[in-house]
Design a protein around this ligand. Sequence first.
Ligand SMILES: [Zn+2]
Length: 306
Amino acid sequence: MKDKVIRTEAEWRELLTPDQFRITRLGSTEEPFTGEYNDHKDDGVYRCASCGQELFRSDHKYDSGSGWPSFSSPFNDQNVTERSEISLGKRSTEILCSRCDAHLGHVFSDGPKPTGLRYCTNSAALKFGKTENISKESQYETATFGAGCFWCTEALFKTLDGVRSVKVGYMGGNIPNPSYEQVYSGESGYAEVAQIEYDPAIVSYPELLDLFRKVHDPTSLNQQGADVGTQYRSAIFYHSPEQKDAAVRWMETLQKELCKPVVTEIAPVEKFYEAENYHQDYYRNNPNAAYCRVVIAPKVDGIVNC
Ligand SMILES: [Zn+2]
């Protein structure tokens, strides 16, 4: 199973719509026959609206007449957990996402064969993704971060579920086709960046921002560890208004937690110049590079708060 997703109430309120929050975090129920997926018949996978984990397949969806999306079995045994509860004197079994503990609905024993079960869910807890009729390419989005030495940034983002590829390169400078030497000089204006292609159905942009925070010190101006210069600046190059909003919210939230000013630059995406081949996949190709090993180990635990 993937790592648990744990967030504060404030973080969930920020990530979810009011209806999604009320249902998945407070255990509420949407009105029958009102949900987006009650009558939904497309082929694909229903993921958790809160964390992206696969919960149900369209193959197991059936019309129960209840007014809520109903499935005869979960995606697998690990992804949906069950919890007995007593409400108004009646015993029932709540179903939750095993990864983020989102309330999904209840399971009843009046379903169709062969399981005899009815997983009665709220549409607001789900996010549907087609498995056909969409080219795989269109499912991916791109994010670009500068967090000091790009060798280490690349290596860390490659460990994340839902990340399809990471390229290292240069962004935000003022000469065409920069070389590593020009960027290394600190006078080209470019930042070393990792450009990440990810599947937003599996890993969200705010989750990428979480890791971005952990891989570097966003309060350190133009310096990460021994690397000094504007090429090592903390930077988020956003690719959409949604990414920009998320980045601004991320920075505001982070600033409340940290004593020192957050100095991360938030700027619109510019032309990405891919770095020379020997910089790509550097950590994997140079596993004994003490430099990256030293940087990676301690930073994943995050930086020290106030
Ligand atoms: Zn979840």
